[in-house]
Design a protein around this ligand. Sequence first.
Ligand SMILES: [Zn+2]
Length: 139
Amino acid sequence: MKSTGVVRPVDALDRIVIPKELCNTLCIEPKEALEIFVDGDFIVLQKHPENTIRTAKGNLGIVRKVDPVGRVVLPKEICKKLSIEPKTALEIFVEDTKIMLRKYESSCACIFCGEIHDTIIFENKIVCRKCIDALSKLV
Ligand SMILES: [Zn+2]
């Protein structure tokens, strides 16, 4: 999973703007239906697969449409569950075709590639193993 490096606040109506570049990459158009579900402390948004709202893990997703300016309303029950209130900042991650949102505390992503797994802190910077390997091959 990679951080997009984008942190966005939830607005007064529990909406969050999905970054344009991300919509382009994942081919999400205005009015597109997204399935929304919770996975741990992440909110997962995924293009709605034909008529099925059951995810791999058997959770029932909630389907919401992206509005003309790329916003999506986060379901009340999900906001409640994760204690997300208006103005809560969410960090936006991507994994395959999924958009993952998580409450922003401080970034835990590799400074080079945005990876959040298998990272270490070096000189106060976060670096992942892959980038360390790649860097070590340069010397
Ligand atoms: Zn990295």
